[in-house]
Design a protein around this ligand. Structure first.
Ligand SMILES: *Cc1c(COP(=O)(O)O)cnc(C)c1O
Ligand code: SF4
Length: 465
């Protein structure tokens, strides 16, 4: 472009100052044989480590195995703390060798991956007084077991109830994983008969265009099951879109590099969908930039080259990813490997995870700083999945938010018209006055009623224009 010369002077050039190298930190992916720092994996070759069967076989489910794997690099006190943490956790513990190797064991208490997968007793906080086990009310919107039909044109198909790892914060701890000492789960096995009932329901609902296949985790479906599920959904004329949900890319990307049958199955369904004009996607779940390594990049490239697009959903967690730099880095690192940041979720009210929850005000602040830091299509929406079945709402869109009691009130006119949904900030982060009110059980209903009353008045006033 030619610059116009006005009165013999060049117009000022607006030169952007040189960027700080932190602007491309997202390109520096962990590579090499990092797992060999873990005593139990000191002799594990790259070939072994990339083998998904090896990863599955060496996945840690018992604290004794954890102790064995980490002998010498972590203190007795930490192991004891974890032992207690495992005992009271509502979720079973399952950690892949890959995840275990990404944790910085010099600082297990501060490590963001450790915090997500390995509970310890010492940081545990009491649950919020308003917590219920199925906080999203998924069972309340289930016309048949394992299918949640809440939104007009899309539904959630819970295909199975196992995962390659178990996350402490799992929203579906009412169903996912084996029973725990203190939680008896509803059963959602990957079974033909149960699936038939779901397919039959979907067929009778022509408004459904979009199916989320989750669980549990699609990584744990056999190749033949991926094919069967995908093809049967593709064959239903009104189904236009489907997404396989899996945490696999974040916790066991090795599967994409070495489980050819599974990769062929999902790429086959994707290709068949293309031919039919139907969109097949993979939704995954990276929470921290440390979860994305050179292994991840190679794995995602194999899927991308095969025509499968991937979106990411993150759960916002205290001292894991609730700061601006981490969220910006995560969005850029996902984008770098062609994974589109889609959602950042406010942490749901889940048993035994109060220490991981953050305030709604934190999420609002993060959103402001992430938007504008990269391409719009690589900018996630920050949302609250409204407890009680309101569905996903933009975090900023509350009708009322009391920062003292931590109560926010959302409406969902397209999903549950006329209803109000309450989300609760963690009590320990509230100002003193709010903490005191929650300490008194007689106040609980009053706190909720106050917030509802203000929200109702606001919505009524808006309705009148
Ligand atoms: C999240 C979810 C969906 C999918 O919602 P999107 O906003 O389209 O990603 C569908 N059904 C249920 C019950 C859900 O929780
Ligand atoms: S992978 Fe998903 S469904 Fe499985 S435990 Fe984690 S959050 Fe829950």
């Amino acid at each position: 472009m030619e610059l116009k010369v006005v009165n013999g002077e060049e117009p000022p050039r607006h030169v952007k100052p040189p960027a700080d190298p932190s602007q491309w930190a997202h390109r520096e992916l962990r590579a090499g044989e990092f797992w060999q720092r873990i005593p139990a994996f000191a002799d594990v070759s790259e070939e072994q480590f990339l083998d998904h069967k090896w990863q599955m076989k060496h996945t840690i489910t018992k604290v004794e195995k954890l102790l064995g794997a980490l002998k010498g690099i972590v203190s007795e006190a930490f192991i004891k703390d974890a032992e207690e943490g495992f005992r009271i956790a509502p979720m079973a513990v399952r950690v892949s060798p890959y995840m275990l190797s990404l944790i910085n064991w010099d600082d297990p208490y501060g490590d963001p991956i450790r915090r997500q997968f390995i509970p310890v007793l010492s940081t545990r906080l009491p649950d919020h007084p308003r917590l219920t086990l199925d906080s999203l009310g998924e069972q309340g919107d289930a016309p048949v077991p394992g299918l949640t039909h809440r939104y007009p044109d899309k539904a959630l198909f819970l295909a199975l109830d196992t995962c390659p790892v178990y996350c402490r914060f799992c929203t579906r701890s009412y169903a996912v994983g084996p029973d725990q000492e203190n939680v008896e789960k509803i059963s959602l096995k990957a079974k033909g008969k149960r699936w038939d009932v779901i397919f039959d329901y979907i067929k009778t609902r022509p408004e459904l265009e979009d199916i989320v296949i989750s669980g549990g985790d699609s990584w744990n479906l056999r190749a033949a099951q991926v094919e069967l599920l995908g093809n049967r959904l593709l064959e239903i004329p009104h189904i236009r879109r489907m997404r396989f949900a899996s945490k696999g890319p974040a916790v066991m990307p090795q599967k994409v590099l070495t489980d050819d049958a599974w990769v062929d199955a999902i790429l086959g369904v994707t290709q068949r969908g293309r031919e039919l004009g139907k969109d097949v996607m993979l939704h995954t779940h990276f929470n921290h930039p440390n979860e994305i390594t050179e292994i991840t990049r190679r794995a995602m490239q194999r899927l991308f080259a095969g025509g499968l697009h991937i979106r990411n959903q993150t759960v916002l967690q205290r001292d894991v990813n609730d700061d601006i730099a981490t969220q910006q880095l995560l969005a850029r690192r996902c984008s770098y490997i062609n994974v589109h940041p889609y959602y950042v979720y406010q942490h749901d009210l889940v048993r035994g995870t109060e220490e991981l929850r953050t305030r709604v005000s934190t999420t609002e602040r993060l959103e402001k700083h992430v938007r504008g830091s990269t391409a719009g299509f690589n900018t996630p929406a920050f949302i609250v999945d409204a407890p009680g079945g309101g569905g996903k709402r933009d975090v900023h869109s509350y009708e009322h938010y009391n920062r003292v009691t931590g109560v926010s009130v959302y409406t969902a006119p397209a999903v549950k018209p006329g209803k109000f949904f309450l989300y609760f900030d963690p009590v320990d982060l509230l100002p003193e006055e709010g903490q005191q009110r929650w300490a008194n059980p007689d106040e609980h209903q009053k706190i909720c009623d106050e917030a509802l009353e203000i929200a109702r008045a606001k919505v009524a006033a808006e309705a009148e224009g």
